[in-house]
Structures are given as structure tokens and as C-alpha cells.
Design a protein around this ligand. Structure first.
Ligand code: AMP
Length: 386
């Protein structure tokens, strides 16, 4: 009779670890997994891209989002599912939710949060319903609607695709008659939204977290700059005059959606008014500073919220500045030679317009973090020109 293999308690323990499934295997999934591994969690990411970023720190199922067999395999392996991008097909999330519900679990944040954000028109209508101020808008279905949009909203206006756009993709600004004429010629499909132009003083975002049992916390707002529609820098703003107002607006979304997880609300500020641009039902680029700049990061708090563990402190540790590396990475030594600079390389191939990494600087004052960030950014730009 063959000898029985003795039970290896260590292996047994590993086997019983809770597994989190993440739809999408990009840098956000990578950072979620990196924050959860010390908590004893293990991760499976689902992404059609063979060598996706998160595959360095998570098991990886490489298949399309409509592959039911692979999706069922994925759901069978994990205890709970979340997603790192909002353009994940609704049918995929619905299918996974049904499978997870059979075993008393679910996909978080819920389908309702995705549904509204997958269509900019629905999203704006939700803002209106919740009395969250948002730029005036109008659905544009035909070239003729554009004339009316100009009459109603004035110029300039922003024309955006209702679904699928991100990082400023799928949008154009109409500033004058010439742009209007060109836009009318170019309209090919009927899924557009026109938005009034907001002459904002600054762009801010607020990141909130709500656990399954409703424990809620907010991070300090971040002040953000963009280049060509892509986030360039984020600075946390402790004690900002707009904090409470931003929290109140985000709270309305959390309540309406009976939300679980981390959510980001992007806002334009003009004077003391805030206008919601969009929300993301997930961890967000404007919250990367929380990894080193807050007591508990947005990534860890997202996991705590899903698992209904106590939400961690969102308190800022000093003043943080985050610089996105777009297109290519600067030399790591430029950053590591700076005190309290933290360098993140997502492991992606360089490509124009692609987010390939970021750095966060933490300092004792707003002035010093601003100066440090500006110096490093200028260095970056110099490199990009070489
Ligand atoms: P979005 O893809 O909607 O986040 O837009 C990308 C960037 O375009 C924003 O961060 C703003 O800098 C700019 N933008 C978008 N919508 C408007 C608007 N209605 N008025 C002014 N700027 C806008």
C-alpha cells in the first residue's frame, strides 16, 4: 500500500487563503494585489492580454470577456470578484454575478454602479437626479442636434462619446463655426453627448470608501492636472475648503448606489462651486498618492470594504504629489535619490500616451512637495524631448 502523504500544514494554510478575482489585469489590479498580499489574500486576474501587469503578482486567466467557459472557471476559483476598469462588458459582470451569488458572494461594486458609468448620458442623468451639479448637457444623435446643442449650451462645448471613452479619448472641443462644421461632417454614430464648457479654476477629485456594512470614509481631496486629457499630476489637499462639499456629493452617490468598495468622483471647481465631471466605480489614478501618503491606501481599503473588514484610516501623512509617467519611464535613480520619493514601474512596454508608471513624493509642507514635483517633472519633460 502506498504511504500516505503527510498533510503539510503550511500548504494547507496557503490553500485556504481567500482568493480575490479581479476583472482586468492592468496596473490597478497589480496595485490592488500588492496591497492585499500582506493581508494574506491571494489574487486571480482575468485579462485577455497575455503578459498583463498584474500577472507578476496574481494568477492569471488569459481569455476574452465573453468566454463563458473561462469566466465560469474564474468564478469557481475565487471567493469574491471586483474589477479594475469600468468598460468591462455588462453581460460579463451579470454572468459572473449570477455565478458568485450561487455561492453567497457577488461582484463588487454592484452592477448598478457600472450601469450608470458606462454611458455618460445615464451618468449625467444620475447626477441630476441626486442634485449633484454637473455641466449642462444634451444627447447628440444626429448632425442636426449639434446646432441645437450650440444654441442651448453655447460655445465652446465638448462633444464626447457616450461610452468607451477614457483619458480624454473619444472627445473633441467645438470652439467656433469651423469646428462645428467639421464635427457635423464627422459624426458617424448616434451615441454622443454635448457638454457645456466649464472654465474651471481647478480640477479636483474625491475618493471615498464604503464597506459592505456601510462603514464610510473619505480621503483628502486631490488637485489634479491633465495633459491632452491624461492625468499628469495629483496633489492631496489636506484641510481644503472644498473637502466637505466634495464629501457631501460623493456621499449621495454612495447612498443611491448602496455602494461597496472605493469610488472616485471627479469635479471641476469654479469659485466655490463644484460640478461633477464623472465618477469611477473603482480605485483611481488620482488616489495613487494614498499608497505612501495615507495611513491606509485606497487599494487596501477597497479590499477591506469588499470583505467587510474594518475600513482603514484615510488620514493623509503629510503632503503628497503624484507624477504619472506617460509614454516612457524616467531613470529610476533620478527619483530614488530624492528623499521620500517612491517610484512605481508597472512593467509595461513604452508607448506614446500610455501610463507606464508613476512616482509619489511625500513632504512636510505643500510648498516643498510642489517644488520637488516641479523639478522632477521638468526633468521628465527634458528627457521626453531628447
Ligand atoms: P474626461 O474624459 O471626461 O474625464 O475629460 C478629460 C479632461 O477633459 C478633463 O479632466 C478636463 O480637463 C477636460 N474636460 C472634460 N469635460 C470638460 C468640460 N465640460 N469643460 C471643461 N473641460 C472639460
Amino acid at each position: 500500500m502506498p504511504a500516505l502523504t503527510p498533510v503539510n500544514p503550511e500548504r494547507q494554510r496557503k490553500k485556504n487563503r481567500m482568493k480575490i478575482g479581479i476583472l482586468g489585469g492592468g496596473q490597478l489590479a497589480q496595485m490592488i494585489a500588492l496591497s492585499g498580499i500582506p493581508l494574506g489574500l491571494r489574487f486571480v486576474c482575468y485579462d485577455p492580454v497575455d503578459d498583463c501587469c498584474a500577472s507578476t503578482v496574481a494568477e492569471h486567466i488569459s481569455a476574452d470577456y465573453d468566454n463563458r467557459k473561462k469566466l465560469a472557471e474564474f468564478a469557481g476559483q475565487v471567493d469574491i470578484i471586483t474589477y479594475e476598469f469600468e468598460n468591462v462588458p455588462a453581460s460579463c459582470v451579470r454572468y459572473l454575478n449570477a455565478l458568485m451569488q450561487e455561492k453567497g458572494s457577488a461582484v463588487f461594486p454592484g452592477e448598478n454602479a457600472l450601469h450608470a458609468t458606462q454611458d455618460r448620458l445615464r451618468e449625467k442623468q444620475l447626477f441630476e437626479k441626486l442634485a449633484i451639479p454637473t455641466p449642462a448637457f444634451m444627447a447628440v444623435n444626429h448632425a442636426e442636434d449639434l446646432e441645437q446643442a450650440v444654441r442651448l449650451l453655447g460655445l465652446p462645448l465638448v462633444l464626447k462619446s457616450r461610452s468607451g471613452g477614457y483619458d480624454g479619448k473619444g472627445q473633441s472641443v467645438i470652439r467656433n463655426e469651423h469646428d462645428l462644421h467639421e464635427a457635423k461632417k464627422a459624426i458617424k454614430h448616434d451615441q454622443l453627448i454635448a457638454e457645456a464648457w466649464v472654465n474651471f479654476d481647478r480640477e479636483i477629485s474625491i475618493i471615498a470608501v464604503r464597506s459592505r456594512s456601510g462603514q464610510t470614509a473619505f480621503y483628502d481631496i486631490a488637485e489634479n492636472t491633465h495633459q491632452n486629457g491624461i492625468l499628469s499630476t495629483s496633489f492631496n489637499r489636506p484641510d481644503d475648503a472644498m473637502q466637505k462639499k466634495a464629501e457631501m456629493l460623493a456621499q449621495r452617490l454612495l447612498d443611491e448606489l448602496n455602494y461597496t468598495g472605493v469610488i472616485a468622483l471627479e469635479l471641476f471647481q469654479t469659485g466655490d462651486q463644484l460640478f461633477a465631471n464623472e465618477y469611477a466605480p473603482r480605485v483611481h489614478n488620482t488616489g495613487h498618492w494614498t499608497i505612501e501618503g495615507a495611513a491606509c491606501s485606497q487599494f487596501e481599503n477597497h479590499l477591506r470594504a469588499l470583505l467587510d473588514w474594518p475600513v482603514g484610516s484615510t488620514r493623509s501623512i503629510g503632503y503628497s504629489g503624484m507624477i504619472n509617467f506617460i509614454g516612457e519611464l524616467p531613470p529610476v535613480s533620478d527619483y530614488l535619490s530624492v528623499n521620500n520619493a517612491h517610484y512605481h514601474d508597472y512593467g509595461k512596454e513604452p508607448r506614446p500616451g500610455r501610463k507606464v508608471g508613476h512616482a509619489t513624493l511625500v513632504a512636510a509642507s505643500q510648498d516643498s512637495v510642489k517644488k520637488m514635483t516641479e523639478t522632477l517633472e521638468a526633468q521628465n519633460r527634458g528627457l521626453a524631448r531628447q
